[in-house]
Design a protein around this ligand. Structure first.
Ligand code: GDP
Ligand code: MG
Length: 440
């Protein structure tokens, strides 16, 4: 899977072998090689640009960290950037609300919708059994009356997955979708997986039909199945679907058959929705939950590089802790340091586990809501710092209103929230100064 880009990542990291220090010039050289490799993997232009920007950005302040080899540093940087691009957080796909919880499955013809529904049904059933010791009632239904025998195909895969299937009497897709939904509700199904017709292109007729079904059924999940073999034009198609039914996520199929990495790397940024699953073959077992970190490890190549990454992570963390102490001693404090601090808090686990270390708190000092809000707040802070330019991070005074607006937009927050970040930053900066005086 993705052998070519993995080879390129490996070659890029290899150039740093034996070097004791990370030098900005060498990173520039690596960036141009990465650029070539990313285009070769059919990664969309906007994603390539962001990728390289992030690599350069993360390199800042990493030059000449004590006790870590350059090779380990760049590997960690590339890995972190891949995680960023893929979205980092993996999502809870089996979130069942009002029964039946409807998953609308959309996509072009031949992308793998029907096959994927069978795989999903099996995956969900297993997942549910493992975590809740209870049977999950899943119904599969199809409103694909375009392709001959499409409904029968779903019937077969549903049976393979050990889940139920209902055939609608109606032959109009919209009426049929309502009929299937009523059946699922009446028979108390937990989950309804609804297969839809996919044409060869995003004809507006198909999209109108999908929009109408979406409006009637109001599915909790609207998943787009994308053929990983097609290449980056499928991301444009995905955007069209997204504009029509506001997708909740994507499933990339056929990653077993020599697909390039472009669609997988680009989906999150271009469609602004997470990848939920990947299809890895034609049989009902060939579905994997998409975990960004796992995919990132695969992309840099498992095996020796993965081992090197583990070692690098430990050593870099130690070096970063050192640097933090240094910062506190010197009293200089930038947004890079602030981001580093946030990352360190994250790595130590959730806020809850942190709070439990504080004397007299025992984890009881904050309500669940406060903790969740705190964790969400940290995520927002990180997003905002990520939206800053290198210069802004080092010279926070630059942040005027128009810059704040841009950062808010980039991070999907309000300007008021950017101001909140600034206040938190200033407080921490004051604290760093205090500590400096204290150390004297
Ligand atoms: P639909 O038209 O979107 O419903 O697509 P189908 O489910 O009928 O699948 C189209 C073809 O793609 C079938 O031959 C499937 O076996 C194949 N297919 C689907 N998912 C995968 C996958 O992850 N890997 C491979 N190799 N083939 C797949
Ligand atoms: Mg089908």
């Amino acid at each position: 899977m993705f052998e070519r880009i993995t080879e390129a990542f490996r070659a890029a990291v290899d150039k740093f072998r034996g070097k004791r220090r990370l030098v900005a010039q060498d990173v520039e050289g690596m960036c141009s090689r990465l650029q070539e490799a990313l285009y070769d993997a059919d990664v969309p232009h906007a994603v390539v640009t962001t990728f390289l920007e992030k690599v350069r950005d993360r390199t800042i302040g990493q030059e000449g960290i004590e006790g870590v080899h350059a090779e380990e540093q760049v590997l960690k940087i590339v890995y972190d950037v891949i995680c960023d691009i893929l979205g980092r957080t993996s999502v809870n796909v089996l979130q069942v609300g009002d029964a039946p919880c409807v998953y609308l499955i959309a996509g072009l013809q031949g992308s793998g919708k029907t096959t994927t529904i069978g795989k999903l049904a099996l995956w969900m059933r297993r997942e549910w059994q493992q975590t809740r010791q209870k049977q999950l009632k899943i119904l599969c239904g199809s409103v694909d009356f375009q392709r001959p025998a499409a409904v029968e195909q779903l019937q077969i895969v549903a049976a393979q997955a050990g889940s139920d299937f209902y055939r609608a009497q109606h032959t109009d897709p919209i009426a049929a979708s309502e009929e299937i939904f009523r059946y699922a509700k009446h028979h108390h199904y937990d989950i309804l997986l609804l297969d839809t017709a996919g044409r060869l292109h995003t004809e507006s007729g198909l999209l109108e039909e999908l929009k109408a079904i979406d409006a009637r059924i109001q599915p909790a999940h609207r998943l787009l199945v994308v053929d990983g073999m097609i290449g980056q034009e499928s991301l444009e198609v995905a955007q069209t679907f997204h504009r029509t039914i506001s997708l909740t996520g994507g499933i990339i199929t056929k990653l077993d058959s020599g697909a390039r990495a472009g669609v997988t790397l680009g989906f999150r940024m271009i469609v602004q929705r997470p990848i939920m699953f990947i299809g890895m073959g034609e049989t009902i077992d060939d579905l994997e939950l998409f975990v960004p970190e796992r995919m990132a490890r695969r992309l840099i190549g498992e095996g020796d590089l993965a081992t090197l990454l583990e070692r690098a992570t430990i050593r870099i963390e130690a070096a970063e802790r050192n640097r933090m102490e240094q910062v506190i001693k010197n009293g200089s404090f930038t947004f890079d340091d602030f981001a580093l601090q946030l990352r360190m808090v994250r790595k130590m686990g959730s806020l809850r586990s942190l709070v439990s270390y504080l004397p007299g708190m025992g984890g009881k000092g904050m309500s669940d809501q406060e903790l969740a809000a705190g964790e969400q707040g940290m995520g927002k802070f990180e997003a905002m710092i990520n939206s800053m330019t290198r210069k802004e991070r080092i010279i926070p005074k630059l942040l005027n209103n128009s810059r704040k607006k841009r950062i808010a937009q980039g991070a999907g927050v309000t300007v008021a929230e950017v101001n909140e970040l600034l206040r938190a930053f200033e407080q921490t900066q004051q604290f760093a100064k205090l500590m400096k005086n204290h150390h004297r």
